[in-house]
Each structure stands twice: as structure tokens, then as C-alpha cells.
Ligand binder design. Sequence first.
Ligand SMILES: [Fe+2]
Ligand SMILES: [Fe+2]
Length: 249
Amino acid sequence: MAWTSWRQHFERNATRPVPLVVDATRGLTADQVRELALTLARFQLGETGEGRIAHEIRKFDDPAIDDDYCEALGMFVREEGRHARILGRCVRSLGGPRLSGTWTEDLFRHGRGLAGVRLKLIVLLSAEVIAVGFYGDIVDALPEGSLRDALEQIVNDEDAHMAFHNDFFSSQLRSPAARLAFRAAWWTVATSACTVVLWDHRKTLTVFGRSRRATARRLVALIRKVEGDVLSAATQDDAVSTREWKMAV
Ligand SMILES: [Fe+2]
Ligand SMILES: [Fe+2]
């Protein structure tokens, strides 16, 4: 796996200015403003506090990762911190509250604290799926403006984060047993996380006229896509290494 291009991707992204968010309430009803502000304030908490993984990866001894991956992961964590700043601006412009903690954020924090770098990254990957699916759904319902532009930028970043973590997992699944373990862990963690988020943000979906069932379908499609992308890349890598091995013999 060539991690240099991911390091360069995050380096390029880091040079972008944090977008300004003004007149976020324009075109929204009072209910939409209140619920969206609460939702984004909760997500803001979730976008912070992932720093430990950037240190732990340095001790993760695996032939599939290198210094470029570790650098890229550190910059990915900082990019999530940048999302928290963007969301902070969105929440302020919506006149929303500054939260210090929620039960869902606690749940994700405990999830990230589970043993093993791979399991922590599965929790982070499920957060990317939620961000792409849930933010994406809300963005589609927002009027044109700086709030929509800011959230759209986050969705695009999260989409790239999903691909970045997919590359990590496809580099890790070197045996059928590992692939089976990944599928079991991935579906368990991702569906649980999505269920919690759908419940926690149900009012926001309602005020934006989104059906919970449609958002759930969007999230399940993303979970399935991640599984497909990771497993097909992992089996391709296997085929390449078997071919290389045969040629070398
Ligand atoms: Fe993020
Ligand atoms: Fe992300």
C-alpha cells in the first residue's frame, strides 16, 4: 500500500482556511434551526478527542504500515479537529448551545477506548459512514449558503477518510479468517453506531422532512460499500502477492 499519496492528501487539505459561516439561519424554520444546532453541537463533540490513536499507531508493529501512514493518521486526526472548529462556527451562527458531553459521545469515546488499534479504527470508520450518510442527508435538505458549503466540505473530507480507513483494513486482511473477523466486527459496530445516531437525531431528520427509514437505507448502503471495497481490495492484494510469490519461485 502506498501511503505517501494519503500523507500528501492530508498535507494539501491542511492548508485550507477554515470556512466562514454566516447567516446560517436564513431559509430555515425555527424548529430546523433549533434541532440542527443541537445535532451539530453533538457532532462537534464527536469530532474531537481522537488524538490517542495517532500515538498508539506508532507502537503498532505491522509490515503493511509505514511512517507515511503514521503521519497521515496524525493529520487525519487534526482534520477531524478542524471539522470540530467548522461545526463550532455553524452552531454559533445558528445560535446553538455549546455542549460539554452527551451520552452518544460517551458511547463513541468508550468504543474508541476498546482494546486494539484495529477495533478503534473500526469505530472511527463507522463514524465516517455516519458522517457521510447523515451530514449528506442534511446537506441535501439545506438551502444554498455558507452553512451548506461548510457541511458539504466536511462530507467530502469524510468520504476521503472512509477511503483512507478502507485502505488500512484492506492492507490488514491477509487471510480468510481475518476477513471473516473484519466482516463480523464491522457489521456489529457500524450497525450499532448507526442505530444510536438515527435515534439520537430523529427530531432533526423529522424537521428537515427526511424519513428515518430512508436515512437508515443510505447508511446501510454505505456500510455495505465499505465492506465490499475493503474485501475486494484485500483479495486483490492477496492475488498480487500470490502472483509475485509464484514469479519469484
Ligand atoms: Fe469529521
Ligand atoms: Fe472523518
